[in-house]
Design a protein around this ligand. Structure first.
Ligand code: SF4
Length: 75
């Protein structure tokens, strides 16, 4: 059992909060948050599995996102 992060590019406003909390997971590309290492897309959702040591940071970013664009879910 683990967790994955889901990023909604449609509602993200590119504020940068997630990238400052968890730069190992999120980066700002083309005025939107992007999952580090993934091809930037401008709409739709991105997701990837989280390593155990990334889960707390991802949850903190999720709780801090002003548009609720980040979900951390159990898989
Ligand atoms: S905190 Fe939310 S709105 Fe801000 S860049 Fe990250 S995903 Fe987008």
């Amino acid at each position: 059992m683990g967790f994955k992060v889901i990023l909604d590019k449609d509602t993200c406003i590119g504020c940068g909060v997630c990238a400052s909390i968890a730069p190992e997971i999120f980066e700002i590309k083309n005025m939107k948050s992007n999952l580090v290492g993934m091809e930037p897309v401008t709409s739709g959702k991105q997701e990837r599995a989280l390593k155990d040591d990334e889960v707390e940071k991802a949850k903190e970013a999720s709780n801090s996102c002003p548009t609720k664009s980040i979900s951390v879910v159990e898989v």
